[in-house]
Write a protein that binds this ligand. Structure first.
Ligand code: C5J
Length: 255
């Protein structure tokens, strides 16, 4: 056995995901999973998405693949960020242009079956139960479509020391793509997981993915869920709890 305690640890292999337009690589633990706006208000009937006239059932398909990613990140202890598109109850962070645009059935802040639309603390603003954040996971409330705008996201990512972002969430062409573009301008390499994102307009999802990967990955990368899961290293085995103390009967005195 060597007594040389100065030997350096072997370099950790990069995670390499078969992606478009080419392989997406990152050092293990240095990619945060960013889950965009998987809220009841977008995914369930009676929320904000439905108030705009959308068929919300289209978004449900992204929930199970996102859960598979979430389980994979949690099992490895890698950073997870959830976002919610949401506003203060007095709507002071909701620009009038955002609230008054168009002719929806209900507007942001109006009362619907799941409470006030896109207002923090209301049931509809919650993340769907299958993807509910665990204590310790970062939750970013964002008043805009991009998750960096008017939020502490940049600081939280810096604290995690991540260089890469893996994206899931809804909707592909609105909040997901906007946030990937913001991340790109801030120097992050970003990958979108294809089954873990959805749009009310399937052709917009397809187009958004094409826009992201075009021109040599002008915004980032895209990959199927299976390619991501296949590329991840085995999670570290859970450390065994210490054995319970054994009750040894004391020896009788004098022996
Ligand atoms: C939209 C979002 N579509 N999370 N928000 O208004 O994409």
């Amino acid at each position: 056995m060597s007594d040389d305690h100065t030997a350096t640890a072997p370099p950790t292999a990069l995670v390499t995901i078969a992606a478009r337009p080419f392989a997406f690589t990152f050092p293990p633990g240095r990619a945060a999973l960013v889950i965009i706006d998987m809220q009841r208000d977008f995914i369930e009937p009676g929320g904000f998405g439905a108030s705009l006239g959308n068929d919300v059932s289209r978004l449900e398909a992204a929930v199970a693949p996102t859960r598979a990613l979430l389980d994979a990140w949690r099992a490895r202890g890698w950073p997870v960020v959830h976002t919610r598109e949401s506003h203060a109850p007095d709507l002071s962070d909701c620009p009038p242009a955002k609230r008054t645009r168009g002719n929806p059935r209900l507007r942001i802040g109006d009362h619907g079956p799941m409470g006030r639309l896109l207002v923090r603390g209301e049931p509809g603003c919650d993340i769907v139960p299958a993807l509910a954040p665990l204590p310790g996971e970062v939750v970013i409330d964002k008043p805009g479509k991009g998750a960096f705008h008017a939020t502490p996201l940049q600081g939280r990512l810096t604290a995690f020391d991540v260089s890469h972002l893996v994206f899931a969430g809804v909707t592909t062409e609105v909040c997901v793509q906007t946030t990937m573009r913001e991340a790109n301008d801030r120097g992050y390499d970003s990958l979108l997981v294809e089954e873990a994102t959805a749009s009310y307009f399937p052709h917009f999802k397809d187009s958004a993915i094409e826009m992201i990967v075009a021109q040599g990955g002008i915004v980032g990368w895209a990959a199927p869920l299976a390619a991501v899961l296949r590329a991840l290293p085995e999670p570290a085995p859970a450390t065994a709890p210490p054995p319970p103390p054994t009750n040894v009967a004391p020896s009788p005195p004098g022996r």
